[in-house]
Design a protein around this ligand. Structure first.
Ligand code: ARG
Ligand code: ZN
Length: 846
């Protein structure tokens, strides 16, 4: 059942080309395949085809009936029964897309046919060697009564009731896609750097056609950026995007036919928040960038997932930074990295960026593979430098175009292009756990010395870890606030290592880990005054923000553990930044943001306390009130001065709205909701409509507005997801579980739509004090819902069970109630392989 990286062997057969015919029908789709196989001289053996849930009608080899062994998961033909030269395998199978609630393979969503094949969904469509190292050209004929029929590559021909597509680029089956439906397209075009004209389309359900313009622009910007920054040109005559309502993940990079969760592509001023716009732009870029990092060059096996995902996330992050603001983007990245990846790396689900084994690969589309994978690329770039980074990428593209490769191949291209030895750096891919870095400072005879010590904690299955090779970006600030040493990259390779700086005059204040140059936890003894000094004077925006964040964190920890009240110096330092008009409003909003409850829970564990979720919640609320009172004179002006009369979803506009709404949320604690109700009544965009409603809900108000919101948006699914989400997210700790439970009886609640399920239960697990309320009601509710969801959609159920991963943080009574729910899940008859693996790993050796 467990699959190991070390067991990789080449397939017995390669595929040259594939012809598929789909006769679409909701319950009785027929899939006809004609596949040319070539025996692999390196590894002779049986023909092994994956297949799950297929009804086989016929199968032949070179048009003749042969012996076959068919199980639940494969079709096998013995080597002895096969020609020792290329042969044609033909099959016809039947499948029922309408009954496919797992949303993997071919399924139906809002009346349209669509597919999701990554990672191993193609085997639910027909018999095939469903592994990424088997790359072939595909020709696809679709037959149905749907007006629009799409597949990968270029259109070949179409007529009444059929359409034919051909993809000239060899690809693994996970990149196959098919869509058929009554769809409208928003069209555009792009001229590539070599002058080729590409037709662009975003296909949507009727009624959504006015929500495509932003996505189309993001696509064009992505195409331009990849040409300019990576020299990568698009390679087909057409690029199609389709929006689908029911989708397990964000989106999928199928060759020439990207399929998107509608929430990750549809955008309009009235229905999307600034955060939605930013996310849509980033995901469109991400999927487009996969065309080179993922599709033209793909993964040899699924252990190499980070090869395409880490690199592509890094690329989309840089794109978003270029489109918007690098400092703001970097802070947002670190916030998610810490919230999701550090949390994962610190618990029972910790795994290396390149895992060594898995039971169900869908469980490894994780923050570690994606986000830590992207951090590795960022570190590599910082170590080799920008020019060498581009050279390494160029060599990688040139050397491996059309291949299915490994992390070793990626690193080798960099070694060859730069002459550097990356053997030590490669440990980042193998060693799980977040390194802890501590630093001490010394000042003697005009020399400033920084001494770093690093260690990485044990994680499941991994102990006694060695030091990592990491870039530490450092700058020095003089006592008068001027920078005396600009950003310098130190290369740490040892467990303990010192670096000296001469000729800096007076003893400087060090700014360490600028731009968050390595994904580590930095332990540094620093008093509040030094933090406030760097908050005021650091030239590195990330560290400037970080100092404010640490001040807030320490303030909250002191409030929770000793009942302290927030220091005036702290409140003044925050006020100074928030009211500094020379700073970007988006940055000021980020400084005003407080650490999350989940973050505080972990900080408490790290400092030897058992977190009490209610106390964390109360302290955070108390600090919000204190900040509101401390800023009360400035807030009305800050609020009115950052009004954006014309809505533009760019960095400037969203930054102003972000500051304005952060202020509104505090203001609402003082004014009884007047300002928020006003804004809610006249908002002409979703950012302000949802933002003002959330400000009310966060202050325990907003019942009428919630009702008005539902009345206005009851026919818009994506906005209704926000309505479901907000109520649970802002429910009081004692009410959260019952609010969520109540919403499952709402006529618009359905388990079959992952967005809707996540709106309610993702919000419940994100409501820290509510999820961990001492009643245990939320644990019971979530487990019950996941057991029910697992029967329909194992992938999403398994993913959401990760909410329990932090159970060891809490007191014995909470631990016991979580474990009993996890055990309840495990003892459920027929629990999926996906969820079984997750729950087993979460429980660990308990
Ligand atoms: N490759 C897709 C992306 O990064 C994610 C698809 C994952 N799907 C899955 N079933 N695990 O955008
Ligand atoms: Zn991706």
């Amino acid at each position: 059942e467990t699959i190991y990286l070390k067991d990789y062997t080449e397939p017995h057969h390669w595929v040259r080309d594939v012809h598929l015919t789909f006769r679409l029908a909701p319950k009785t789709t027929r899939v006809l395949s004609r596949i040319t196989f070539t025996p692999n001289d390196n590894n002779r053996g049986d023909l092994v085809l994956n297949g799950e849930g297929l009804t086989l009608i016929t199968a032949t080899v070179d048009a003749a009936i042969v012996n076959m062994q068919i199980t639940d998961t494969e079709l096998r033909i013995a080597a002895a029964d096969l020609p020792q030269k290329p042969f044609v395998f033909e099959a016809e199978v039947e499948i029922a897309p309408e009954d496919n609630t797992a949303l993997e393979g071919l399924y139906m969503s809002s009346g349209m046919y669509c597919t999701q094949c990554e990672a191993e969904g193609f085997r639910k469509i027909t018999y095939y060697p469903d592994r990424p190292d088997v790359m072939a050209t595909f020709t696809v004929r679709v037959e149905s009564d749907m007006p629009v029929m799409l597949s990968n590559g270029n259109p070949v021909a179409m007529g009444a009731g059929w359409a034919e597509w051909h993809d000239p680029w060899p690809k693994p089956a996970y990149l196959f896609a098919l869509v058929a439906g009554d769809l409208l397209n928003h069209a555009g075009s792009f001229t590539t750097m070599s002058g080729k004209e590409v037709e662009l389309n975003i296909y949507v359900r009727r009624g959504d056609e006015d929500k495509c313009a932003f996505g189309m622009q993001a696509l064009k910007d992505s195409m331009t950026w990849d040409e300019q920054v990576y020299g990568r040109e698009y390679d087909l005559d057409i690029f199609n995007i389709v929006a689908v309502d029911d989708f397990n993940m964000g989106a999928m990079e199928n060759k020439g036919l990207n399929i998107f969760n509608s929430s990750c592509v549809l955008a309009s001023q009235a229905t999307s928040t600034d955060a939605n716009f930013e996310r849509i732009e980033g995901i469109i870029a991400h999927e487009y960038f996969h065309n080179w990092t993922g599709n033209r060059i793909t993964c040899r096996d699924w252990f190499q997932l980070c090869l395409k995902e880490g690199l592509t996330v890094y690329r989309d992050q840089m794109f978003s930074g270029d489109m918007r603001s690098h400092p703001v983007k970097r802070i947002e990245e670190v916030l998610t990295l810490r919230a999701r990846q550090f949390r994962e790396d610190n618990g029972p689900l910790a795994h290396p960026v390149r895992p060594e084994s898995f039971v169900e690969i869908n469980n490894f589309y994780t923050a570690t593979v994606y986000e830590k994978g992207a951090e590795i690329i960022g570190m590599l770039r910082r170590l080799v430098g920008d020019d060498a980074y581009r050279k390494g990428c160029d060599l990688y593209f040139e050397r491996h175009d059309g291949q299915a490769v490994t992390i070793e191949d990626w690193l080798k291209a960099f070694e060859d292009a730069t002459g550097r030895d990356l053997a030590h750096f490669a440990h980042w891919y193998a060693q799980a756990g977040t390194p802890r870095l501590s630093v001490s400072e010394a000042w003697e005879d005009g020399t400033f010395t920084l001494t770093f010590t690093q260690s990485t904690p044990d994680t499941p299955g991994q102990t006694n870890k060695g030091p990592q090779h990491m870039p530490i970006a450092v700058g020095l600030i003089g006592p008068n606030g001027d920078e005396v040493v600009p950003t310098t990259v130190l290369e740490l390779t040892e467990a303990t290592q010192s670096f000296t700086f001469d000729g800096v005059g007076a003893r400087p204040i060090a700014s360490i880990l600028r731009d968050f140059s390595a994904p580590v936890i930095l332990d540094r003894d620093m008093d509040a005054a030094t933090r406030a000094f760097l908050l005021a004077h650091d030239t590195d925006p990330f560290q400037k923000w970080e100092m404010g964040r640490m001040l807030s964190r320490d303030t909250l920890v002191a409030m929770i553990t000793t009942g302290a009240t927030p220091a005036t110096d702290y409140l003044d330092a925050i006020k100074t930044v928030v009211t500094d008009d020379t700073l970007d409003p988006a940055f000021r909003a980020l400084v005003l943001g407080l650490p999350s409850q989940d973050d505080l829970a972990q900080t408490l564990v790290d400092t030897g306390h058992t977190p009490d979720p209610q106390k964390i919640y109360d302290a955070r609320e108390a600090l919000r009130h204190t900040l509101a009172r401390h800023l009360s004179d400035e807030m009305p002006t800050l609020f009115s001065r950052h009004e954006t009369p014309v809505f533009v979803p760019d960095a400037d506009g969203s930054g102003k709205r972000s500051l304005r709404l952060s202020i509104l949320s505090l203001l609402t604690l003082l004014d009884g909701g007047t300002a928020a109700r006003n804004l809610f009544a006249r908002a002409d965009n979703m950012t302000e409509q949802a933002g003002s409603l959330q400000a009310l809900l966060a202050a325990g108000l907003g019942t009428d507005e919630l009702q008005a919101f539902e009345t206005q948006w009851q026919n818009d699914r994506l906005v209704m997801d926000k309505w479901f989400m907000m109520q649970v997210a802002f429910a009081s700790p004692a009410d959260a579980a019952s609010v969520a439970e109540g919403l499952t009886h709402h006529p618009a609640f359905t388990m079959k739509n992952p967005n809707r399920f996540r709106a309610v239960f993702g919000a419940l697990t994100a409501n820290h004090a509510g999820f961990h309320h001492e009643s245990g009601a939320a644990y019971v509710l979530l487990a019950k819902q996941l057991i029910a969801l697992d029967k329909l959609n194992p992938q999403t159920a398994a993913r959401m069970s990760g909410a329990f991963e932090t159970w060891r943080r809490y007191d014995t009574s909470r631990q016991a109630s979580i474990c009993s729910q996890l055990e309840q899940m495990l003892s459920t008859r027929g629990l999926s392989r996906d969820t079984t693996e997750m729950v087993t790993r979460i429980l660990g050796d308990k």
